[in-house]
Write a protein that binds this ligand. Structure first.
Ligand code: 0D3
Ligand code: ZN
Length: 262
């Protein structure tokens, strides 16, 4: 028969083995584990600790998915064990992707030609939008972009409906909005916009600036990203376009090909 003192001692040991107080991760991990997980996710999965507890759970789920662990979004023994394994020091995340063979332009001063204009917007507006869409990439790389009328422009831009000579016909309004080719000679780098979309400068219809900026990412060598906040995410979603700067994932992607600005 245990005395009250012995019972207390047992409880104290129990509490200790449970590492109370309970950390945010749950029952079977300690605060030290949580701290270690934050460091691990920050280094290898580019977790920003300012993202808070919800951001932590999302990053943790990403890490669990990556290592084929059970995806819970909570720290558990299996996840901690994976984090404690000796490993390569390079980060595991590169949400952005490039095309097979990493094609890229070999000059930093690129030219583009706009072969025809959408009737949806004034010519001067289209010209400004296209230049702005290039400039979001120029802002973070050594690249520069200049409009020319020459046939041998690097990047040829056109608006077209349905079949337009490249074997990839557009599909009427909605679905595919545009497409662009990876860097290279000939059709390489060219960007085609589906004229059946309603091209706009606003949230209504399809915002030409956002689609052009996305397509030029392809023209420069980026394929799609799995990061939903990336410009190179495969699905169009409107975001504010005044004072637009590239999302971090796209910056990392384009700089992996062309390096930084200075
Ligand atoms: C496309 O048409 C992309 C173009 C694109 C994607 C994201 C942001 C700007 C431009 C082809 S490279 N995507 C289709 C799309 O988003 C799937 N269609 C409209 C829609 O809402 N599903
Ligand atoms: Zn795309």
């Amino acid at each position: 028969m245990a005395s009250a003192g012995a019972l207390f001692a047992v409880l104290a040991v129990l509490a200790h083995s449970l590492a109370l107080p309970l950390p945010p991760g749950g029952m079977d991990t300690t605060l030290a584990d949580h701290k270690r997980a934050v460091e691990y996710l920050s280094h290898y999965f580019l977790y920003n600790s300012k993202a808070g507890e919800h951001g932590f759970e999302e990053k943790l789920a990403e890490m669990q998915r990556y290592f084929r662990l059970t995806v819970t979004g909570h720290l558990n023994v299996d996840t901690m064990a994976m984090m404690k394994k000796p490993r390569c020091g390079m980060p595991d995340v590169a949400d952005f992707t490039v095309f097979p063979g990493r094609p890229k332009w070999t000059t930093t001063s690129l030219t583009y030609r706009i072969t025809n204009y959408t009737p949806d917007l004034p010519v001067t507006t289209v010209r400004q939008i296209i230049q702005r869409a290039f400039d979001v990439w120029a802002e973070v790389t050594p690249l520069s972009f200049r409009r020319v009328n020459s046939r041998n422009a690097d990047i040829v831009i056109q608006f077209a409906s349905g079949s337009h000579g490249d074997g990839l016909p557009f599909d009427g309004q909605g679905n595919v909005l545009a497409h662009a080719y990876a860097p290279g000679p000939g059709i390489g780098g060219d960007a085609h916009f589906d004229e059946d979309e309603k091209w706009t400068t606003t949230q209504l219809g399809t915002n030409l600036f956002l689609v052009a900026a996305h397509e030029f990412g392809h023209s420069l060598g980026l394929s799609h990203s799995e990061d939903p906040s990336a410009l190179m995410y495969p699905f169009y979603a409107y975001v504010r376009t005044n004072n637009y700067h590239l999302p971090r994932d796209d910056v990392r992607g384009i700089q992996s090909l062309y390096g930084r600005r200075w």
